[in-house]
Design a protein around this ligand. Sequence first.
Ligand SMILES: [Zn+2]
Length: 176
Amino acid sequence: MTGPRVPGDGDRLELPCGESVAVTDLDMGMREFDCDCGAVHAVVVDVHPLSRFVPEAIVETLRATVETADDAPEFSMAHLMGIVLEEFPEQVAAEDVSDDGAVGYAMVWVAEFDARRLHEIAVELIVELMEHAVSHAENDEAASQFEEQMLEFDVSAFVEQYRQEREFETEYDSPA
Ligand SMILES: [Zn+2]
C-alpha cells in the first residue's frame, strides 16, 4: 500500500511496520537496515542474484525446472520475491521504482523481518518450488530421491553455513 505521492518528496516506501523509508536511501548493496521502529528489515532489489540465497548449481536447476508464468526468459529474483510477497502479504512491502533511473534497480522489497529470516524463507520456498517441479517431471525415481534428500535438508543449518562460507565482498554476489 502506498499513499498519494507528494510532489518533490521523492519516492517513499511505506513499510509493514508503519514507518516509511526514502527509496533513495535503499541502495543495491544493502541487505537490511535498522528502521526507526527498532526492527531490522531485510531489503532485496531485483538486481540481486538468486545466488544471494542458494548456490549457482541450485539456481541453474531452478531455471531448468521452474517455468515462469510471465514472459520473463528465466526464473529471477523478481519471481522469487513475488512468491515471498504472496506468502507474506502483510509483512513485505514492494515498490516498482523503474521510473526512477537514479537508484539502479527496478523493484525493491522490504520485509518486516531481517535478512537472515528472509534467507530462510527464500530457501524454504525454493525447496518447495523444486519439489513441485520434480513431482511433475514424471520421473518417480527422481521425485522420491529428491524427497528423501529434502527430508534430511536442514534449512536453518544450510542458511547458517551459506552465510558463513560465501564471500561478502561485492553487492552482486553476497548472501545476506
Ligand atoms: Zn520498521
